[in-house]
Design a protein around this ligand. Structure first.
Ligand code: HEM
Length: 210
């Protein structure tokens, strides 16, 4: 038995155009954010490198997306990370956080300019203040796809992020990306965490503005 309806074409008749009111647990993430206490642990030939970082992330509501009967509300995000006091981008990432109100499914797409993309999934209650999504290499739904060099030298086997919305309105993430680095016998835990404080409000989605 499939969890999906037989009719895969008919879209919902009534769609609320107000994305910000339909984001479930993603609602507290909408806006513009800064985090000055990030910590990255990444693979270097001599062993794990721990690096403090500063982050600016923007998460803006997009118009409701219907795939036949599936209705998703979401945020387009882009983040840029630098080392303290530096200009050069240390990490860049973009994608969507998506929420399906009918099922409680959360999905995150991510693309990073190392030639790598992932789609991570999870479930949460609409009022959850903590949720997680994960992806696994080889999974055709919630998977990870890397370019040939990364597959060869830094194979990415899994990714998991836990998001926590804090009582003061800030939010934190804690993520682990498991890498199989060529020449190393043990998998490498590439971890990142930060707490984001609001520096700007979200802009309503185009359909609401129009
Ligand atoms: C805040 C988030 C992140 C930061 C700051 C960050 C930073 C870094 C840094 C500094 C390196 C080492 C680069 C080098 O030595 O050339 C690295 C390596 C890597 N990262 Fe991340 N990363 C983050 C998240 C992610 C995520 C979410 C993924 C994938 C799901 C990922 C995949 C990789 C891979 C595959 C490598 C090995 C390739 C390489 O070293 O060139 N990273 N990361």
């Amino acid at each position: 038995m499939s969890e999906f309806p037989d009719d895969i074409y008919t879209e919902p008749a009534e769609v609320d155009p107000d994305t910000l009111s339909n984001l479930g647990p993603l609602r507290p993430l909408a806006g513009i954010w800064e985090g000055i206490k990030g910590l990255d642990v990444n693979p270097k030939p001599e062993g794990p490198e721990r690096q403090a970082f500063i982050e600016r992330m923007e998460l803006q509501p997009i118009d409701p997306q219907a795939n036949g009967p599936q209705l998703l509300y979401g945020l387009h995000y882009v983040t840029r990370i630098v080392k303290p006091g530096e200009v050069e981008t240390y990490h860049h990432q973009t994608g969507y956080w998506l929420w399906e109100p009918a099922t409680g499914v959360i999905m995150q797409t991510l693309a990073i300019p190392r030639a790598q993309v992932a789609l991570a999934g999870g479930r949460a209650a609409a009022d959850a203040t903590q949720f997680e999504v994960s992806a696994r290499r080889g999974d055709t739904a919630f998977g990870i796809c890397s370019g040939p060099f990364l597959e060869h030298a830094f194979r990415t086997d899994s990714y998991r992020i836990v998001v926590t919305v804090n009582p003061d309105g800030s939010w934190s993430y804690d993520e682990v990306t498991v890498l199989v680095v060529r020449g190393q016998s043990e998998p490498f835990m590439h971890t990142d965490r930060n707490t984001l404080r609001r520096i700007g409000d979200p802009t309503p989605n185009p359909l609401m503005r129009g």
